[in-house]
Design a protein around this ligand. Structure first.
Ligand code: ZN
Ligand code: ZN
Length: 306
C-alpha cells in the first residue's frame, strides 16, 4: 500500500520566488487528499503531477494563505467538466467562509460541493484509515491539525507451518488469516493464533497547519511515522512566534522529540528564510536529528515500519 506526502507550498503568509503558500498533498494507493489550498495551489499541482481528481480537501484554518487557492482550483475543475462531488472539510466556520468564496464564481460549479465542519477529535472513518482532526493553538483562530491514521494490518500468516499442519492451501488459509477458526476434514480445529502473528500497526502522518507547539500535537503525533510541523521562525524570532501564534523550528523539533515520531518535516517558513532555510534545519536538528527541511515539490514516501 503506497503512501507518500508532497509539499506543494512551503511559505508562510505570502508566496516568494522560491516558495508558494501552504498546501500539502497526500497520495495513498492512488487516492489524493489535499490539506490546505493557498493561492496558486492548482499550478503547483500541475507542476508536481498531483491529480485533480480528488474527493476531499481538508482545511486547517481559514487564513488567506491556506484558503484562497480553492476558488481557482474549483473553477478549473468546473471548466474541465467535473461531475463528481467534492467535499471540503474544516473547523467550525467552514460553511460561512466557503459560502463567501462562492461569490467569486464558485456558484456555477458543474459538481456538488459539500462543506463539512469538524470539531477536534471528530474522527472521519475512511475504510482502511481514519482522518482525525486535533485542536491547534493559533492565536485564537479556530484551527485544527490532522492525523491520518491507518488501521492495523492483519498479522503475518505462516505458510510453512500451515503446510506442516496439513492444512490445504486455498480458501482455508484465507479464513484463518481473517481470524476465523476452521475445522479440518479430520476434525481438528485450527485457531488463527497458531498461524497468524500479531496485528501490525498501520502508518500515521500528522499535519499541524499553523500552531504554537502544543500538547494536543504531541498527543496526536505520538509514534507517528511523519510529522509535518510548521516552523515559521528561527530562534532569533522566538518572541515573534509567540506573538503571532506560530512555532520556531526548534519548538517543532521539541514536539517531534516528545511525540517520538519517525521523521519531522518542517514547512511554512517566513519569507526571510525563503532562499535559505538551512539555519532552521540546524536549530531543529540540535533537538531532533531526523529533521527534513521542506521545499516546494518535496516528496516523502512513508514505508511501513514492520
Ligand atoms: Zn499560514
Ligand atoms: Zn494562519
Amino acid at each position: 500500500m503506497s503512501l507518500a506526502l508532497r509539499l506543494l507550498g512551503t511559505s508562510a503568509s505570502r508566496p516568494t520566488v522560491e516558495r508558494n503558500v501552504s498546501s500539502v498533498a497526500v497520495v495513498r494507493e492512488g487516492e489524493t487528499l489535499l490539506f490546505d489550498c493557498g493561492e496558486g495551489t492548482q499550478r503547483q499541482m500541475m507542476r508536481y503531477g498531483v491529480s485533480f481528481s480528488l474527493r476531499d480537501i481538508f482545511f486547517t484554518h481559514f487564513h488567506a494563505d491556506h484558503l484562497i487557492g480553492v476558488v481557482g482550483l474549483l473553477r478549473t475543475m468546473a471548466l474541465q467538466g467535473r461531475t463528481e462531488p467534492l467535499r471540503l472539510w474544516g473547523p467550525r466556520g467552514a460553511t460561512r467562509t466557503i459560502r463567501r468564496a462562492e461569490e467569486f464564481g464558485m456558484d456555477r460549479l458543474s459538481f456538488t460541493l459539500e462543506v463539512k465542519e469538524l470539531e477536534p477529535d471528530q474522527c472521519i472513518e475512511r475504510g482502511e484509515y481514519d482522518i482525525v482532526p486535533f485542536a491547534a493553538d493559533h492565536r485564537g483562530a479556530r484551527a485544527v491539525g490532522y492525523a491520518l491514521v491507518e488501521h492495523d494490518r492483519k498479522g503475518r500468516f505462516n505458510p510453512d507451518l500451515a503446510r506442516e499442519l496439513g492444512i490445504p492451501e486455498g480458501p482455508l488459509w484465507g479464513e484463518i488469516h481473517r481470524g476465523r477458526n476452521v475445522t479440518l476434514d479430520d476434525g481438528r480445529v485450527i485457531e488463527p493464533t497458531v498461524l497468524v502473528g500479531p496485528a501490525r500497526p498501520g502508518r500515521r502522518i500528522v499535519i499541524t497547519g499553523d500552531t504554537r507547539p502544543s500538547p494536543a500535537t504531541v498527543a496526536a503525533a505520538r509514534g507517528a511515522d511523519l510529522l509535518v510541523h510548521e516552523a515559521t521562525f528561527g530562534d532569533e524570532e522566538a518572541a515573534r512566534a509567540v506573538e503571532t501564534g506560530h512555532s520556531t523550528a526548534r519548538e517543532a523539533a521539541e514536539v517531534a522529540r516528545d511525540a517520538g515520531v519517525g521523521a519531522l518535516l518542517l514547512t511554512h517558513f517566513s519569507a526571510r528564510y525563503s532562499r535559505d532555510a538551512g539555519d532552521l534545519g540546524r536549530e531543529a536538528r540540535e533537538v531532533f536529528a531526523n529533521t527534513l527541511v521542506g521545499k516546494d515539490g518535496f516528496e516523502v514516501e512513508v514505508p511501513y515500519r514492520s
